[in-house]
Design a protein around this ligand. Sequence first.
Ligand code: EZ4
Ligand code: CO
Length: 383
Amino acid sequence: MKIETDQGIYGLGDATLNGRELAVESYLAEHVLPCLIGRDPFQTEDIWQYLYRGAYWRGGPVTMTAIGAVDVALWDIKGKALNTPVYHLLGGSSREGVLVYTHANGADISETLDSVRKHIDEGYLAVRAQSGVPGVASSYGVSKSGKPYEPAQRGLPSESLWSTEKYLNFVPTLFEKLRVELGPEVRLLHDCHHRLTPIEGARLGKSLEPYHLFWMEDPCPAELQEGFELIRQHTTTPIATGEIFNTVWDAHDLIRNQWIDYIRMAIVHGGGITHAKKTADFAALYHVRTGFHGATDLSPVSMAAALHVGMAIHNFGIQEHMPHSALTNEVFPHGYSFVNGYMHPGDGAGLGVNIDEVLAAKHPYQRAYLPIARKLDGTLTDW
Ligand code: EZ4
Ligand code: CO
């Protein structure tokens, strides 16, 4: 999304909500943008409150993504108008670079090991490992035939089959092998993608303790925040959650009770930079660090926003980095870079990302859905 000012400066925001894109577009076009005409783009706080409180109906992914898109674009404008990178406006650099992790996956343990090794060779110091599970037709996070992993597909939602029993028996053998082969240094992460119950998450965390993961992500759905207390009581494996959260209130109990170690709310789905900064500051009081969502369904604009926040806040933890396709990078030329495991947002004014609208127009929107998952007996479960 692009917001233009009467001073000739424009800002970019990302309004992508994977699988529900046009709901956000319509919310913006029909309800938000008319309210922005004539307003001062420097008023990031007041405009945020105007869109959040002023709507009366608040929260939820569509609303908060729309607010996030506007907010990120306004910070981009502010940086450009003041001729400074956004991170300077958020506290300046608190570190030399932003530690990132990327995704490795394979159909089985040996393919996954090769994939982790490949990313270590590319310079990554932290790698998320997902593997096909024997007896489970399509596991979360595993790509088809060597293609980059991208879960949303054309047509109606695809259906995958899931067995918690087979998964829980398998995952410790995966990480045992990875630790034996790769040694103690590399940071290893794993995403359960909300598929377990709290006690199952507790079992997994406990069984992974010998392999000292950097984090176990989304062991179970987080609508019931106290479910994480149960996991916490049983394991020292660090816990990350929040990629589908939309405000700090979704994580309020998780943070103030120290049931999690990393908060993963995406900058754009959580009301933009203004609310991400507040969420991070609240988390800092409770030793919770950030691990902002950074999948490829978020554009380079979101990636840049996350890097600027990650440079500036004190309680930064790690940043997810799934490299975009060559075409996506061409549509969004950007100044951020990756060197030896760390990313830097660059020192251009604003976010440091541009858009090639002519090239973008050659690739019109096509509807796609995220998959759904069913247990072996057909029960719908969390994908
Ligand atoms: O499945 O962004 O940690 N990363 C993830 C992602 C999500 C997708 C959903 O659109 O869980 O890959
Ligand atoms: Co995830």
